[in-house]
Design a protein around this ligand. Structure first.
Ligand SMILES: [Zn+2]
Ligand SMILES: [Zn+2]
Length: 812
């Protein structure tokens, strides 16, 4: 019999797969996609077979595959094909894609650490001898490597046993111990147990004659829940238009009791399929048009203004795919914002809808992986990495908020864009893609308008809601003492009015911390990070300076270390300062902050959002976190504090990004039957982007932006590839850049810019030099090959061996 060989990828950045021989006993079970255990540099790792052949490698002595842990292949040829495409397109290795795609448990190596799960409730009788042995060993030593477990059991194949222990909740893989996913909790109110009889209720009504607001709240509760079932607290606050203090008084008296309901529990108990909500006629037209265009086009862009009800259209489309027996992938930029949508998917599709994201633990991820593979899940909602699940029969991909930059993975490789990868995935599965957003990326808009994609527009807000009234406010109107304040009179008056009318406000300032610069007024000295060439940002809450690039912290200065002056000026402003200034203006206003610092230090994102939803907070101040897909129904005012800062930075995407952020945050203003208001503070009120925003003229914005991109050669008219070379010595990084450019040579259809030292030369102690390549589509293949070979040749030069080279295709 001919000796057969398998090419195997391992979960690290090796340029090519490694070849191993297949022992005769395993020939039957080794096919492309099979997981295998192999020895590599004297350790055992898990890899995946990508090809089988009969050619022995010429350059190294071949080793044999040790074992096959599964009965079935982990992935099929379509996933392998996707991995290969990603590695080619994004100029990384198959190993890096494998690493990103597959849950940790499927990549166990000798050194992976297994720990005992502290809260395990499994009885010893439910474990077989070997499982029990491992549990015992772990209870003595707490941690064991996979290699230790092999030795304890005296056998090489331990993965099936570990998998059983993982599923039974006895063991964990070490990384997973860092915080898990917390289900969202919704506060509900129900009538106190003493009052659940008509007579008792009647009596309490009368005792409340002197507390009119409480009486009113009770009446509203009774209308909402004549059978005394629990009612959402936020809804009651709103419908009764009373303050949280009123409800608190009633809770203290025992009239109401508070119950907390996990959203996940709602999902489990609520398996009935909900009645379809009726589509409005603009929605029906959009659905119809989408279906028609999908017959001709692989991709359709659904461009619907904020609040136009795109989700209902997605649900209809999903349902038709599910009816055909196929699978739907629904991608969202951030999983933290999906609770509402998960609920609706579960209502509509019941048990065939699943969620996937990086906060799930290992056993949950394995479960989902299997369920997708076996088509138990037909609808999968997830962030970026969900597109790497092993779909068996994909029919539709929906990329919601397709413009969002978090669809692009920055670090580590693969630096892929989930939207573009999803389009490739769908196309190779013979499926269709829907891109949905109120503010398309310039690339997608161009593709849709030029006929490559279908295009459907939804210009009306759902159920007769009006578009917000958007106005510009000139920052120059501040005068005298007010000049130091970051609020104009207009904005302050509108906040006051919202407060009087018990409505909520969102204030957007895309910079966290208190103040980005501290400058000595005598000598101009300013504190810099020790590791990066950037100003330290002042954070008042902790009275310290922080670097937003590397996280470095230090005590703040009270006098200038250069000239000993105590006249240190605080310049610019971040969310902390907005919060501070506003509190000074309105001492009794309840203000919350939503930015990365607040999310880390307080009880997190969910809590802040929930307090705002429940009306416990009057004003929410935040960074771009407040712009993303949040629906609040009591926000009448949105204030954008500094439009100039959004629009004036040296990046060809500055206008696009500024436009998207401002339009998205504006979309949070307004509610049923009431037009919302948006105030944009700016110094340069004549900036064209601001004009398009106040006129709600989206097509004009895109037309102008496309003209600029065409003129200065930026996407979508060329493709960009950015190469960053990092080293602790500046000349080394720059010279490596020159060597790289020289190795690239000249390539037709490509413009090669650099190497240059970027605005921030040093980050985390490493100097950078950057090369930017603008390539026409026709030149892409050649330039990518050249980049691969130039990377190799540069790194083979002795003095550049320690240079880190990062290649980013389609950077955002
Ligand atoms: Zn000084
Ligand atoms: Zn730093």
């Amino acid at each position: 019999m001919t000796q057969m060989y398998a090419d195997i990828i391992l979960p690290f950045p090796l340029d090519t797969p490694f070849t191993y021989s297949i022992p005769a006993s395993l020939v039957q079970s080794v096919v492309p996609g099979t997981r295998v255990e192999v020895s590599f540099r004297n350790k055992v790792y898990t890899g995946v077979v990508v090809a089988i052949h009969d050619k022995a490698p010429a350059t190294y002595k071949v080793k044999s595959i040790l074992s096959v842990p599964d009965e079935y292949p982990l992935v099929d040829s379509s996933q392998l094909n996707l991995w290969k495409w990603m590695a080619d397109y994004y100029l990384c290795t198959m190993g890096e894609v494998f690493n990103a795609a597959v849950p940790a448990f499927f990549k166990l190596g000798s050194e992976t650490i297994i720990t005992e799960k502290p809260d395990s409730t499994v009885n010893d009788q439910d474990l077989d001898d070997k499982e029990f042995l491992i549990k015992e060993a772990l209870s003595l030593q707490h941690e064991l490597s996979v290699q230790d477990i092999r030795q304890i059991l005296g056998q090489n194949t331990v993965q099936p046993i570990l998998k059983r222990l993982l599923t039974k909740g006895v063991i964990a893989i070490r990384e997973e111990i860092k915080g898990g996913y917390k289900p969202r909790v919704v506060k509900q109110l129900k009538l106190g147990s003493l009052y659940r009889e008509e007579e008792a209720l009647q009596a309490v009504f009368e005792t409340l004659n002197k507390a009119v607001k409480q009486q009113h709240a009770l009446m509203v509760y009774y209308q909402l829940a004549p059978d005394f079932q629990p009612v959402n607290k936020a809804m009651l606050l709103r419908k009764a238009a009373v303050s949280p203090a009123v409800i608190k008084a009633m809770l203290d008296k025992g009239i109401f009791e508070e119950v907390e309901l996990e959203v996940s529990r709602i999902l489990k108990s609520d398996t009935r399929k909900a009645e379809k909500s009726m589509l409005t006629s603009p929605q029906l037209e959009a659905l119809d048009s989408t279906l028609k265009q999908l017959q001709q086009k692989e991709v359709v862009l659904l461009h619907g203004v904020t609040g136009s009800g795109k989700t209902e259209i997605y649900l209809e489309l999903m349902e038709s795919i599910v009816r055909e027996g196929k699978q739907v992938l629904y991608l969202l930029p951030e999983i933290a914002l999906t609770a509402q949508i998960i609920h609706r998917l579960k209502e509509r599709f019941g048990a065939i809808a699943g969620v996937y994201h990086s906060k799930f633990n290992h056993s949950e991820r394995i479960e989902i992986w299997q369920a997708v593979k076996e088509k138990k899940y037909q609808v999968i909602l997830g962030a970026r990495s969900a597109l790497l699940l092993p779909f068996a029969d994909l029919g539709l991909v929906i990329v919601d908020e397709e413009h969002d930059y978090s669809f692009k993975q920055q670090d580590p490789a693969p630096r892929y864009h989930a939207r573009d990868t999803a389009i490739y995935l769908a196309r190779s599965a013979g499926a269709k893609t829907i891109l949905g957003t109120a503010t398309p990326s310039v690339e997608s808009y161009f593709n849709a308008r030029s006929g490559k994609y279908g295009y459907v527009e939804l210009t009306e807000r759902y159920a007769g809601m009006q578009m917000p009234d958007t106005q510009l406010v000139d920052m120059k109107q501040r005068n005298g003492k007010k000049k130091e304040l970051h609020f104009t009179n207009d904005l302050l008056e509108n906040i006051q009015r919202a407060k009087e009318q018990h409505q909520q406000v969102i204030l957007f300032q895309n910079r966290r911390g208190y103040s980005p610069y501290i400058v000595c007024s005598q000598c101009g000295w300013s504190p810099q990070c020790a590791n990066c060439d950037v100003h330290m940002v002042y954070h008042k809450a902790k009275d310290e300076l922080r670097c937003h690039y590397c996280g470095f912290r230090q005590d703040t200065y009270h006098e200038c270390p250069a000239c000993s002056s105590t006249q240190l000026l605080i310049q610019g402003f971040g969310t902390e300062k907005v919060e501070d200034e506003l509190q000074l203006q309105f001492p009794d206003l309840k203000i919350a902050r939503l930015d990365m610092d607040a999310v880390k230090t307080k009880t997190g994102h969910e809590r802040i959002i929930q307090d705002f939803e429940e009306g416990l907070v009057d004003v929410l101040v935040g960074t771009q976190m407040v712009t993303k897909g949040l629906d609040f129904d009591n926000v009448s005012l949105v204030g954008i504090l500094s439009a100039d800062q959004l629009l004036n930075f040296p990046d060809f995407r500055a206008s696009e990004r500024g436009y998207q952020l401002m339009m998205q945050v504006s979309g949070r203003a307004g509610r049923k039957h009431r037009q919302g208001k948006v105030l944009i503070q700016a110094t340069n009120t004549r900036h064209p982007v601001l004009q398009y925003i106040i006129q709600h003229d989206r097509h004009a914005f895109y037309a102008e932006e496309l003209e600029q991109r065409k003129k200065f050669l930026y996407p979508p008219f060329v493709r960009l590839i950015q190469i960053t070379l990092k080293h602790k010595f500046q000349d080394r990084s720059l010279n490596a850049g020159y060597a790289f450019v020289q190795a690239l040579g000249r390539i037709a259809g490509c413009e090669i810019l650099g190497p240059v030292t970027p605005g921030i030369a040093r980050i985390r102690g490493k100097y950078r030099s950057e090369i930017l390549i603008k390539a026409t589509t026709g030149a892409l293949k050649t330039i990518k090959q050249k980049i691969r070979s130039s990377r190799k040749s540069t790194l083979s030069i002795k003095q550049f061996q320690s240079v880190e080279i990062v290649v980013d295709v389609d950077p955002v």
